[in-house]
Design a protein around this ligand. Structure first.
Ligand code: UT7
Length: 317
């Protein structure tokens, strides 16, 4: 379990933004074409509706502009762009190239595909860039899962959706917000959740559910141990927004009451790389975070990846 070396240059989030397509699809609307119903979807997943539409680059540009505006940074000040996505607009180049161009950035840009753990992977990666000398890094998590969803498969169509969340991470003197992190993957479980190139997502929902709880708890506990933080000290837990039953089972095992989680999946569905930033920055926008609060981000996804981070919230400078 790697630990952050003392003296490593730290960073804080100085601006954030969220973007969702305008089009909302309710459970009732899905029930017109699928053998499902609103009551089942709400009870088994927590989802009431989802936003559908747009491209990965388009949604990324929207959320990133808001983040840069809040951080009051000029595009030319950004030293790197890290875009977490599992649904790039093209196979080549990375969607980050298009986002970089549309935002007017003059810096390196690359995609990270770690499925629903992607935003936490990207955030840790960005902290690494700052430790290596970058001053301002743009981190985005975006997915347009509706483009790889088989709309005739009720096992997946009720879950997946589109969205984006972004933040600007800036170097600070002295320790930054990140206290600990953990990244994990288990490629032997690849067949549980995958999409062939050009194909639709295939998922063994029950087995993903079972493993998700275990790997989220495991990753969260590793980060908490490294940070020396106990569950009762966490002001906010931001879990991957896949299913409220997964979140509540994981929180139960971690000893965190549900009131201390941020949940947006009733409105957004599962937006993969966007799910953690959408929930994180929803909590920030609602004033649920004050400086010094300890926040746990924890995700899991195809691969099967898991990722967690403990942050000491410092918000806007
Ligand atoms: O980002 C990571 C992505 N993936 C996940 O996090 C997925 C994790 N898995 C899940 O969230 C859940 O397994 C699902 C929501 C996909 C399915 O829920 P479940 O409670 O595991 O349902 P199930 O597959 O055990 O099915 C229970 C019943 C079955 O009927 P019978 O055999 O009891 O009569 C299914 O045929 O519900 C039926 N069913 C449905 N009914 C209405 C399954 N899907 C649906 C549906 N609408 N969409």
């Amino acid at each position: 379990m790697p630990q952050i070396p003392s003296g490593a240059r730290g960073a804080v989030i100085t601006g954030w933004g969220r973007a969702l397509p305008d089009k909302i699809v309710t459970n009732d609307e899905l029930s017109k074409t699928l053998d499902t119903n609103d009551a089942w979807i709400r009870e088994r997943t927590g989802i009431h509706q989802r936003h559908i539409g747009g491209t990965t680059a388009g949604l990324s540009v929207q959320s990133a502009r808001l983040a840069m505006q809040m951080a009051n940074v000029d595009p030319l000040e950004i030293d790197a762009l890290v875009l977490a996505t599992t649904t790039p607009d093209r196979a080549v180049p990375g969607t980050s190239a298009s986002v970089q161009h549309q935002l007017g950035l003059k810096c390196g840009a690359y995609d990270i595909n770690a499925a629903c753990s992607g935003f936490v992977y990207a955030l840790i990666n960005a902290h690494g860039l700052i430790a290596m000398g970058a001053k301002k890094v743009l981190v985005i998590g975006t997915d347009t899962l509706s483009r790889v969803t088989d709309w005739s498969d009720r096992g997946t169509a009720i879950l997946f959706a589109d969205g984006s969340g972004a933040c600007v991470l800036e170097a600070v003197d002295g320790p930054g917000q990140l206290l600990a992190w953990d990244l994990d993957a288990d490629g032997s479980a690849e067949e549980l959740l995958y999409a062939e190139i050009g194909g639709f997502i295939k998922m063994d929902g029950k087995e993903v559910f079972r493993r998700a709880v275990r790997i989220m708890v495991d990753s969260a506990q590793k980060s908490m141990a490294i940070a020396g933080v106990t569950a009762d000290q966490l002001a906010l837990v931001v879990p991957h927004q896949a299913n409220t039953r997964i979140i509540s089972a994981a929180c139960d095992r971690l000893g965190v009451p549900m009131e201390r989680t941020s949940i947006v999946l009733h409105e957004t569905g599962n937006t993969s790389s966007a799910s953690i930033p959408l929930a994180f920055f929803d909590a920030a926008d609602k004033g649920r975070l004050k400086n010094g609060d300890l926040v746990l981000l924890v995700g899991f996804g195809a691969g099967m990846t898991a990722a967690s981070a403990i942050l000491r919230w410092q918000g806007q400078r």
